[in-house]
Design a protein around this ligand. Structure first.
Ligand code: RB5
Length: 143
């Protein structure tokens, strides 16, 4: 199950991502927002992040105008490793190295074609399971 969240700036791209996930036969849960009316990205970034952190969802995808605000919001939730990606190399690397459990996209930064390639790369790339990466990921939760 993939948790989705966006603000108004990311709503249109999130709708395209939903169509893409449906075409791939992947299940998702949309934590809002549900229109292009102006709203506050932390509400939706944190709601989707809580669902990933609790195990209700396996991964999450977030979208706002830049991807920045909503990724910062998600990363405030313990256990979340949300990576803002604007290219496929970063999306693959953050899965392999950081075991990122959430992806953030900037709808005003990347076009829909690239965004869907980034989504696929994020969803289809496994974690490397390398000891050095596991050690570093464990260090992320330390104060
Ligand atoms: C909304 O205008 C915009 O600030 C938001 O989508 C995002 O880019 C914030 O980081």
């Amino acid at each position: 199950m993939i948790a989705l969240g966006s603000d108004h700036g990311g709503y249109a791209l999130k709708t395209e991502i939903i169509r893409h996930l449906e075409a791939r036969g992947l299940e998702y849960k949309d934590f809002g927002t549900y229109s292009e009316a102006s709203c506050d990205y932390p509400v939706f970034g944190k709601a989707a992040a809580r669902a990933v952190a609790s195990g209700e969802c396996d991964r999450g995808i977030l979208v706002c105008g830049t991807g920045i605000g909503i990724s910062i919001s998600a990363n405030k939730i313990k256990g979340i490793r949300c990576a803002l990606c604007g290219d496929c190399f970063s999306a693959a690397a953050t899965r392999e190295h950081n075991d990122a459990n959430m992806l953030a996209l900037g709808a005003r930064v990347v076009g829909p074609g690239l965004a869907l390639k980034i989504v696929d790369t994020f969803l289809d790339t496994p974690f490397s399971n390398d000891q050095r990466h596991i050690r570093r990921i464990n260090m992320l939760e330390e104060e």
